[in-house]
Design a protein around this ligand. Sequence first.
Ligand code: GDP
Length: 542
Amino acid sequence: MTPAQEIARRRTFAIISHPDAGKTTLTEKFLLYGNAIHLAGTVTARKSQRATTSDWMELEKQRGISISSTVLQFDYQGYAVNLLDTPGHKDFSEDTYRVLTAVDAALMVIDAAKGIEPQTRKLFEVCKRRGVPVFTFMNKCDRPTLNPIDLLDELERVLGLTPCAVTWPLGNGPGFRGVYDRRTKEVHLFERTPHGAYRAPVNVTGLTDPVVRDRLDDYTFDQVSEQIEILDGASAPFNLADVQAGKQTPVFFGSAVNNFGIQILLEGFLKNSIPPTTRSSVSITVPGAPAPTLAREIPVTYEKFSAFVFKIQANMDPKHRDRIAFVRICSGKFTRDMSVVHQRTGRTVRLSSSHRLFGQERETVDVAWPGDVIGLVGHDAFGIGDTLTEDRTIAYDEIPRFPSEVFTYISNPNSGDSKKYRAGIEQLLQEGVVQSFQPRNAPPGATLLAAVGVLQFEVVQFRLKSEYNAESRLEATPWTLLRWLEPHPALKDTSTLIVASGVSFGVDKFDQPIVLFPNDWTLRYFMDKNPELKLHELPIEQ
Ligand code: GDP
């Protein structure tokens, strides 16, 4: 196969959903189709009481949530699929957002009884900002659902997506009889069997075909006929270019737990989704070069290797106490043992320990292509967002930053035993589990941690204990908002500024000035009284 063919058959995507919509179940069914069934248990093992194999899974079991993102790779009908699992709990959204920078498309799973839920909406916004194509699966059609026409309307109204129903449900809840494929005019009949088996699709000329008519009661028949008439008459026709531009979303209906409608979904998705495409390199000054290289698009077929780190995870498995950098390949061919430049440090590094990960399983990767995600072990200098490349003029800046919403001080209660605590905190900060800041007047030895959700703090404490055997203490802080300050002479002596009580100044890890506010009111007061100072929600680019 040529490199272009290898790239064209790759599909790298994530499933986005609100907790409980059926993401895990759907992932497991996809793996069945990918013949990865012998390992499919690793996905659901999280939720079962099966003996766990890592500290991570121990925490996951205790909390019943999914924390670590996993990359699942399988082949299906000639496609090489990279499915990036995303943590579903709201407190892990920061991690999930980063995963979404590494995908080319997203599959949005919606519980058809509930419609669009808050987490789905937040994750969708990230996809939208990046122009990522989104496909929609309306799950749990075997249960009473909302009116499917209303579900489509909601996609348009709430998310601004033009829906295009590819399949359509025939009834719902106890009266669910199957789905109608609008492209082929086939009906896939749903049989309630314990193992999710269903009858092969029947070719029909339309809904009035006697085979289908026999299966539907009069009410469902009338309702579905009317709905399909509305769809055929009033909805947007399928438009591949709009789908790939992230404007139109193909919609499929089915039931993940019954393995119904899943194959149509998987095949429709793989066929109409997009292979890896160009990524933007930012402007960069290469040492010794007369001028900076301008920002430009790097074609996916460019022969030199380039990739970026979108996730770092240490100590995933107690048997391998090491650190994995998850890398998304953007151009060129990866071969094990190749030498690349680590753009941030300018050092040349050899990539010898490369892995494909499947749940807790690891397998050495010798060759990989754009679109693939691989895990690199043994490079402590790699950080989130770093570029690895054979071409020094490429630098990606793909990782979005999100405003922190919760803050806490963390300190070491055992002053005599600070080495392990320090090592642990440093590692976790480098992984980007939480962010850290140094406010003026912080209690001695305390670091201010900031996150999108409080569960991230619990993970810090849990991991300090289980991986570094280090105790830690959290202490509440009065702040709920943080802003970066643009440099200004007035900041030289902040005591001259008019601020409400509880407001504190400090710096981030790059020594950029920040200011912390207890609430919205104190923030607005600060802006009113100090109009010359410019505040930013996110770090100011350097
Ligand atoms: P996740 O939190 O999005 O990963 O959701 P899960 O895949 O764990 O599913 C949440 C619950 O919904 C589980 O109890 C599943 O068995 C159930 N579930 C998933 N798909 C379906 C479906 O198609 N029909 C019904 N009735 N239940 C489903």
